[in-house]
Design a protein around this ligand. Structure first.
Ligand code: ATP
Ligand code: MG
Length: 221
């Protein structure tokens, strides 16, 4: 029987976080032993003894780590703020998957004027909590429409006046005739750790966390 306390599970999402984490995993010696995309497996062993990776949706990472189904993982600051990060230990900003949370509008929509006039602004977003607190702090009245993807479409078809979304290069906004009208906050990916695991599996977990920290702070990426 496998002694659970001697195993480490790392939660990671496919896509850009995975791509940008791979170089770190290589340096830590925790590289997956199989190609995820080819194998379609959701649990994969790594080169480090008794250490495996579970591949899940980016928005599910905090949940797996919070309940201890994974001992640690990587989650975007956007996800951590939107869902709340109660009970999660966040020791490190990895400085990867960098982007910004912004308000964007169609080039035809006069955002400044709408704000000045005190109009109620329609906001489409995957991030209702972040959007609500941003506009509340500015004293702007909004109706929030929750979406699950392709936010850029909403202003183009009249579903909303503006969107609150992540941008990096701005190419997607530009391609859809949208412009950034307000910067909300910078976003990057963070290490999140289960607090109990830090105690019960500390002898295995802490050296890995230390190694990640050294790699990130040493600029060896
Ligand atoms: P999907 O795009 O498949 O619906 P998702 O949006 O949850 O899923 P990703 O697009 O891979 O997954 O985003 C995961 C994380 O990467 C986000 O939570 C965010 O922290 C970061 N991210 C998102 N968009 C960008 C971007 N344009 N540039 C850099 N990092 C980003
Ligand atoms: Mg995405």
């Amino acid at each position: 029987m496998v002694d659970e306390t001697k195993e480490i599970t790392f939660a990671l999402s496919k896509g850009r976080i995975f791509d940008e984490t791979l170089p770190i995993l290589r340096l830590v010696g925790m590289e997956p032993i199989e190609n995820f995309t080819e194998s379609r497996k959701l649990i994969i062993d790594t080169r480090m003894l008794n250490t495996k990776i579970v591949l899940i949706r980016a928005t599910d990472v905090p949940t797996y780590v919070k309940y201890g189904a994974a001992d640690f993982g990587i989650a975007g600051k956007d996800v951590l703020i939107e869902q709340g990060a109660d009970g999660l230990y966040q020791p490190l900003d990895l400085g990867i998957a960098k982007c910004r949370m912004v308000v964007a509008a169609s080039v035809e929509f006069d955002y400044e004027k709408a704000v000045k006039l005190g109009s109620r602004i329609l906001v489409a977003t995957k991030y209702p909590k972040i959007a609500r607190s941003h506009f509340a702090a500015k004293g702007v009245h909004v109706n929030i429409i929750k979406l699950y993807g392709s936010m850029e479409l909403a202003p183009l078809v009249g579903l909303s006046d503006v969107i609150v979304d992540l941008v990096s290069t701005g190419a997607t906004l530009k391609a859809n005739n949208l412009i950034e009208v307000e910067d909300i906050m910078p976003i990057s990916a963070r290490l999140v750790v289960n607090r109990t695991a830090l105690t019960t599996k500390g002898s295995l977990l802490k050296p890995i966390l230390k190694s990640v920290e050294d790699i990130v702070s040493g600029g060896s990426l």
